[in-house]
Design a protein around this ligand. Sequence first.
Ligand code: ADP
Ligand code: MG
Length: 355
Amino acid sequence: MTGKRYFRFGLCSGLLVLALLLSLSGCERQPTAREFNETVYTFGTLVNVTLVGVDEAQAQTAYTAMLDDFTYMHQTWHAWQPNALARINGLLKTGVPFSLAPSILPLITQAQTLSAQSEGLFNPAIGQLINLWGFQTDSRDEHAPPPTPDEIAQWLRQPPSMDDIVIDGLNMRGLNPQLQLDFGGFAKGYAVDVAINHLRELGVENAIINAGGDLRAIGRHGQRPWRVGIRHPRKEGVFASLEIEGDESVFTSGDYERFFEYEGRRYHHIIDPRNGYPADQVRSVTVIHPDGATADAAATALFIAGPKDWHRIAKRMGIKYVMLIDKGGRVHMNPAMQQRLQFKYTPEVLLSEEL
Ligand code: ADP
Ligand code: MG
């Protein structure tokens, strides 16, 4: 379970892990800062944590607390395991009022806000549709076909939204029998927020949590800002890099994360709730925002919004930095984002209005 752990006073190591996670954050030679670095498999992905300016005991306490948080959240919010979320999903379908589940309620309320801001493009109520596409499993049968047009049309007759969850005093109930929550589109961002808040409570001021390329950072990396990479959607390695400082999250949604192929066509896991099919205009979207949950949800929503609508939805969600790589490999972004990125490639760029 536990990866390579080291506590050090500055020198760069763990290059392999860093390359894997595309975080460039650990590669600077900083002889001043006391630094803790650890990589662990949790939340369904490799999570790399760097804490700077901490002593060893503090680092161990913070790291253990963070790990406990991740384990708890992963178990509670997993979309296809028997857990608190499965219980809620069972009850929401019935329409019967039931007592609020404190472990899930904050996710539901934040998801309701984000879903409304995204005009329903980010919609964690579509778990049944995601399951129909075969993405709610650890091992999809690689020969299984996509759902039939009839099955999709059937689902579209009564598509659920986050507004179908009514919270009334100490109870909640569902208004749509097809309601099924799947927080895969923002649980990682939410979890990273919880973990960063916990680190702060424990006195950590400089940290980066990088969960498979999606990350949130606070403070700085010694004398410098944190430096992070954005993965190329079609090749190994980094597409662009940027510096972050203070408190920022960088989240990317990509069509390469989970997909299957059937009769020569590729079907990926980011589904457009309006037509029931994987959104097909984009390769990846990267969003920078202070909190991870918003960044994660926005990356998913803007992926679906595509080259035509991303700017409007980003504005509605309060996002200030976006880079979208469309299906032709062109880069769409706002001027402020362009100023922050250092490209490894020279793509065709379509610059938008300011956000
Ligand atoms: P990535 O895996 O690239 O980080 P996302 O953050 O976009 O991607 O999350 C994709 C996951 O979100 C899917 O596996 C599914 O569980 C869920 N999902 C798919 N479509 C939507 C949608 N329209 N709204 C909310 N969640 C979605
Ligand atoms: Mg997301």
